[in-house]
Ligand binder design. Sequence first.
Ligand code: HEM
Length: 107
Amino acid sequence: MDRFYDIMDEAPEARGIRAMHAEDLGPMRQKLFEFMSGWHGGPPLYFQRKDAVCITRAHQPFAIGESERDQWLFCMHRALEDIGVDADLRRMLETPLFRIADFLRNR
Ligand code: HEM
């Protein structure tokens, strides 16, 4: 998740969604790590937080269309590649991640 936010922070391709995020990505690095821990079948750290929110509601304040969805998926794809996740596992993860990201679209 650190790599994901490094890419979001640096890649021109992700400029649109970077601008939606707080200047300090530190809290999001931690939150997405915790969310992904539970999503992958590990400890549900995010939902153990006192400030956990429904993921759909968390995204409602932001205008998320196909472009923003694809920027998010671009960062994830690059991050998985960079940390050496092999192509089969990447596909296994990216198929359901596409569904979640597409579900979060609100325009
Ligand atoms: C579809 C494209 C997406 C965009 C544009 C987007 C954007 C955002 C933004 C702007 C925030 C608030 C960041 C901040 O407070 O600095 C956020 C929060 C969050 N996002 Fe996303 N997101 C997307 C997809 C996803 C996906 C697919 C997941 C999970 C698989 C996810 C998980 C989260 C979590 C856990 C939070 C923290 C909520 C909270 O506790 O405040 N996001 N997202």
